[in-house]
Unconditional design. Structure first.
Lengths: 263, 321
């Protein structure tokens, strides 16, 4: 039933000054790319992708950017949160030689997909893009899982100096990657789609969500495509038919905000 | 085991020989190809979503309720499921009439009627909104005087027959398109309100909006919805909707549009027999998915075929003495 079930925070780990991972007990099966609606009683209920998956323990990893994420950031072991879901479709993860491109907090939701690829004895190449060195997280976790991790920073403080999409463009010239998986700022993902050619391409989208069960229409893009229920993962073929992709999203009132003005 | 012969499955060949039953229904100047209308507040905040619901087979579309200014609605949680239905307190989120008219313009050539739902706090606001809707080619307006969870709006202006009458009269004087009035069941006598709207020249009554309710989480000991109360919808409210439609249609001469808990073709037939000329469908879009309209129309067709009814409209009010 689509009502919050209460669980408690198991552990909290600070990844960077503004990013935190909370683990909690939840036995529900979930696939990488799916998300929960996380209820912080008295504050808000917000969508959060799963960032770690084991049979009984799951996690979310998030950046502190407003009221709800601030409240989550301050939770301690034993504090109650509500869970609805898992919702959405998750990654299909086809392809033998996948390239993952994470922009900013996007690394959070790509991590369980990368770990799954490694468990299937395929090798993932991962581009972790961040504004600056101090914003990077999950580099060690993904290397340990066996992935080849390449770091980019916008300011050059670590790794490749430039955008994740710039490095991706270079890599795609030389190597035989047959699939691309990405989560990050939408204009970046749109740029990557243009580089994808005939490869498998999957991107995770974010839209303002209310019901998360495909009813209210708040999260719709294109011709009534519901990011909460038909997504949040879309393949390249679908994204090419959605004019909103990389151009605008809608706020809580349904008003359009172009990505060039978005904060 | 004997093989199944074709004639065992279709003993009278009725599916092949009889003409398809006629699902058309008439609402004043509007003819709907089938009686299923998308209810307000579901997949109808932008043109793309409404397009998808048209493609899915809806006979008409009611837009999200639109006000003068953009409104973000209430904080989440805005929705919670209970064992027999959904509680929502969206809080009338909408982009405001100015932005919304761009969506309406994109639907200008829509193959089915678009009905513009509006909410306001007084007759002036309703009239202004109705005028905008009319200019942007809607086929009718629906007055939301029945949302159970929006301060100063909805049910708060629609529970008093005098205020309701003033609002309805103001709008019917302002626009030339049909004016539908959507009523709340959270009242002692819904018939009095329906009569007030009909006397003020409303063209149809829409019944019902959601019932006011609450759901509390035992572990954290607080209401789940951020707004605490919300509107209850889904299968649990169908008998209440059917009763309201039955009572209203006995007392007013204008068409009644039935809403509340409709999930199957049989539910539609029940509302029609109670006196509805058409129906609206909301929560079932969640329960059965966005293709619900084509499934329900198929179920109606099947029922009419098996029961040898040629025209759906022959069943309207069939349950009345
Ligand atoms: C499917 C999905 C998965 C997500 N996964 C993650 C994740 O793994 N890690 C992470 O850090 N963030 C994730 N987000 C984004 C996260 O939901 C927002 O950062 C969060 O809601 C911000 O809330 P706030 O109150 O702290 O900020 P606010 O100050 O309220 O808002 C800041 C920004 O967050 C957006 N936002 C606020 N409420 C919602 C909502 N109900 N739905 C969608 N966006 C909202 C606003 O549009 C605004 O752009 C995900 C979003 C979606 C849709
Ligand atoms: C998520 C949601 C949002 C709604 N928003 C509106 C609205 O904006 N205006 C309105 O008149 N009714 C609104 N309603 C009420 C429905 O239009 C309908 O009257 C009610 O849900 C009963 O029908 P159902 O059981 O088929 O859902 C909303 C209902 C739901 C579930
Ligand atoms: S959030 Fe309501 S339809 Fe996706």
């Amino acid at each position: 039933m689509n009502a919050p079930r209460i669980t408690t925070v198991h552990t909290g780990k600070q990844e960077t000054p503004t990013v935190k991972t909370l683990t909690f007990k939840d036995p529900s099966p979930i696939v990488p790319g799916q998300f929960y609606m996380i209820w912080i009683p008295g504050v808000d209920e917000i969508p959060m992708s799963v960032s770690y998956i084991s049979e009984s323990i799951k996690a979310i990893t998030f950046r502190r950017i407003g009221d709800a994420t601030e409240a989550l950031f301050n939770l301690r072991k034993g504090d109650a949160i509500g869970l609805r879901g898992p919702y959405g479709n998750g990654f299909a993860l086809k392809g033998r030689r996948p390239l993952f491109i994470a922009g900013g907090t996007g690394a959070a939701m790509l991590a369980p997909a990368i770990e799954l690829i490694q468990r299937k004895k395929r090798t993932a190449t991962v581009i972790l893009g961040a504004k600056t060195k101090g914003d990077l997280f999950f580099e060690r976790r993904l290397s340990r899982a066996g992935a080849r991790v390449l770091v980019t920073t916008d300011d050059g403080s670590k790794g490749y100096h430039g955008f994740a999409s710039d490095l991706a463009k270079d890599l795609l010239k030389n190597a035989s990657y047959d699939a691309m998986y990405t989560c990050g700022p939408e204009p970046m993902m749109k740029t990557l789609l243009a580089f994808s050619g005939q490869r498998v391409f999957e991107a995770s989208l974010e839209r303002y969500m209310k019901c998360a069960i495909g009813l209210c229409g708040q999260c719709c893009i294109g011709e009534g495509v519901r990011v909460c229920a038909d997504g949040p993962i879309f393949n390249g073929k679908t994204l090419k038919t959605i004019p909103d992709f990389g151009r605008f999203k809608r706020d809580a009132s349904g008003g359009k905000i172009s990505f060039s003005q978005a904060p | 085991m004997a093989p199944i012969k074709h004639t065992d499955l279709y003993p009278t060949n009725q599916y092949r020989l009889r003409p398809m039953p006629d699902l058309k229904t008439i609402l004043g100047p509007l003819t709907l190809k089938n009686p299923t209308i998308l209810a307000s507040g579901i997949m109808d905040e932008d043109a793309g979503s409404m397009h998808r619901m048209i493609t899915s087979g809806a006979g008409a579309i009611v837009t999200k309720s639109i006000g003068l200014d953009p409104r973000p609605g209430y904080p989440n949680p805005t929705i919670v499921e209970t064992p027999c239905g959904l509680l929502n307190a969206m809080g009338l989120p909408n982009p405001g009439i100015t932005d919304f008219t761009h969506e309406l313009d994109l639907l200008r050539n829509a193959p089915v009627p678009i009905i513009g739902s509006i909410y306001g706090k007084d007759p002036e606001e309703f009239s202004t909104l109705a005028r905008h809707m009319e200019r942007h080619h809607v086929a009718a307006v629906e007055l939301n005087v029945s949302c159970p969870h929006a301060k100063h709006y909805g049910m708060e202006v629609g529970m008093d027959p005098q205020i309701l009458s003033n609002i309805t009269a103001a709008v019917t004087h302002t626009v030339h398109i049909p004016v539908y009035v959507k009523l709340s069941p959270n009242v002692t006598d819904i018939v009095i309100l329906a009569q007030a709207a009909a006397d003020a020249h409303a063209d149809a009554i829409v019944a019902i909006n959601t019932l006011k309710g609450m759901s509390i989480d035992l572990d954290v000991r607080r209401p789940i919805l951020a707004n605490r109360t919300g509107g209850y919808s889904g299968p649990a409210i169908k008998p209440i909707g059917v009763r309201c439609v039955y009572d209203i249609s006995q007392h007013v001469s204008i068409p009644v549009i039935g809403v509340g808990g409709i999930t199957t073709g049989a539910d539609v037939l029940e509302y029609l027999m109670a006196g509805a000329s058409a129906v609206q469908i909301g929560t079932a879009v969640y329960l059965r998915g966005p293709t619900v309209f084509s499934h329900i129309t198929q179920e109606i067709t099947d029922w009419l075929t098996t029961h040898h009814v040629a025209r759906l409209s022959d069943l309207i009010g069939a349950a009345h003495p």
